[in-house]
Design a binder for this molecule. Structure first.
Ligand code: NIG
Ligand code: FE
Length: 440
């Protein structure tokens, strides 16, 4: 007698489970290669959770469901975990992008009042309702790209009023979108114009007013620790104040110039140090000996045209916990596509498709303290899946420029279906019978 479940996903061409490794915890070094791929795989789901994974034949024998979805032809992975994004913004910044293409420098644009400050003006001019609507749209955009969990930062308000509005907009947007989300307060993203010449006063406001008032609306606090923005002492003050209010910590660290940001993150036992394009050898050693995740953001080096990339190979070989994310924001990286980030991770960071998948699922989940809930397909975890039209998981990163995500599943429910003109319904008709070409 088969055990009843709510739903079966069957006949996945390859089911990438990551169940060869432990249920939770990060994967370092060679352990990043162990994907646990099941050919013709199936997932049994009850109450939004995974009950079992295995070959379709075995799962179909053991479990029965009225609802069965045939995923023949598709590669299925855990839903992507995008652990560094800035989706609470009100206007795009394409003019600035074109200025950069014509040779202008990102930090120089920022120092002239553009960059983050231009997004700040837009957020300040936008009311809570409209900011909520815009943020809601941005959150849906993640689901369209196979991402089922995000870390979302504020940081374009830069006043108590506008950071509170940003956190409330994020909370209201989260309630409308079936996306798992951790909220990060990033009041220390830039110095607003009114405190440009009195930076200490702004740090004081962040520590003494914003953090105590806003901590209950956030899970994390982040700081843009970079020469010319928040220096080491200022970053330390903000992060210490945040910890005292019960927030966990993340840092934008060593992005464009070295500042010992990675070391600071480890010293503070932050959950992540992000960017790390200019991490030092000491920084790598410190991170390797820690549980602070290195969140690498190759889209930013690419989109800024700076070609600054973290030394990912050295970091993996040293034993750092490596995750990758989009850094989705209106300035330095305007993409929500984790699969584009996969391509950049392969090409620019020189990491393998297996490492890419580990970095964008379980390691990213670990950096958000969500590794017991998502990031692998172990029974007991949430049934969050990305359904990909790829010839095999080895083609991760290979097909770029399009969106290979045909369906995103959250808590066992298909929440987003991307159809193509060629096959209006990807689960009937031509897509299933189309034989993908491989290179072997
Ligand atoms: O991670 N580095 C600082 N913050 C963002 C950029 C934000 C922006 O340009 O609007 C980043 O790249
Ligand atoms: Fe960022």
């Amino acid at each position: 007698m088969a055990t009843p479940v709510d739903r079966l996903f069957v006949h996945c061409k390859q089911l990438v489970t990551l169940t060869d490794g432990p249920f939770s915890g990060p994967r370092r070094g060679a352990a990043m290669q162990a994907l646990g791929v099941i050919d013709d795989g199936a997932v049994a789901v009850r109450d939004g959770c995974i009950v079992a994974v295995g070959p379709t034949e075995a799962i179909a024998r053991e479990y029965a469901a009225a609802d069965e979805l045939d995923l023949t032809g598709f590669v299925v992975t855990p839903g992507f975990v995008d652990c560094h994004t800035h989706p609470v913004f009100a206007r795009t910044r394409e003019r600035e992008f074109h200025m950069r293409c014509a040779g202008a420098d990102y930090m120089a644009i920022a120092q002239q009042g553009g960059g983050i400050l231009s997004s700040m003006r837009a957020v300040r001019e936008t009311g809570l309702d409209v900011l909520t609507e815009l943020t809601t749209e941005h959150l849906w955009g993640f689901l369209q790209h196979g991402t089922t969990t995000v870390e979302a930062k504020t940081g374009y308000g830069l006043s108590l009023h506008d950071e509170e509005k940003s956190l409330r907009a994020l909370g209201a947007a989260m309630a409308q979108v079936p996306l798992r989300c951790k909220r990060t307060f990033l009041g220390a993203h830039e110095f607003p114009p009114e405190y440009r010449d009195n930076r200490e006063a702004y740090v004081e406001i962040v520590c003494k007013e914003m953090i105590p008032r806003l901590a209950k609306l956030a899970d994390y606090c982040d700081v843009f620790a970079e020469p010319g923005v928040f220096d080491r002492v200022q970053s330390l003050r903000v992060l210490s104040a945040a910890r005292a209010e019960g927030l966990r910590l993340r840092l934008h660290a060593d992005e464009l110039q070295p500042m010992g940001g990675a070391e600071l993150a480890v010293e503070l036992r932050a959950d992540s140090a992000d960017h790390l394009g200019k991490i030092s050898e000491q920084g790598i050693a410190a991170m390797a000996a820690s549980t602070t995740t290195a969140v690498l953001l190759p889209g930013t080096g690419f989109f800024l045209g700076k070609d600054i990339y973290a030394p990912a190979r050295r970091m993996i070989e040293a034993g750092c916990i490596v995750a990758i994310a989009t850094d989705f924001n209106p300035g330095s990286c305007h993409t929500q596509s984790m699969t584009l980030i996969h391509t950049l991770a392969c090409v620019k960071l020189k990491i393998t498709p297996a490492e890419v998948l580990t970095a964008s699922t379980i390691n990213a989940a670990f950096s958000l303290q969500l590794d017991r809930e998502v990031g692998t397909l172990h029974p007991g975890k949430r049934a969050d899946l990305a359904v990909l039209e790829l010839p095999s998981y080895e083609a991760v990163g290979y097909a770029f420029g399009g969106n290979p995500v045909v369906m995103t599943i959250a808590d066992g429910e298909p929440v987003c279906v991307n159809t193509s003109d060629r096959s209006p319904d990807p689960f009937t008709g031509s897509t299933r019978s189309r034989a993908p070409r491989t290179d072997d």
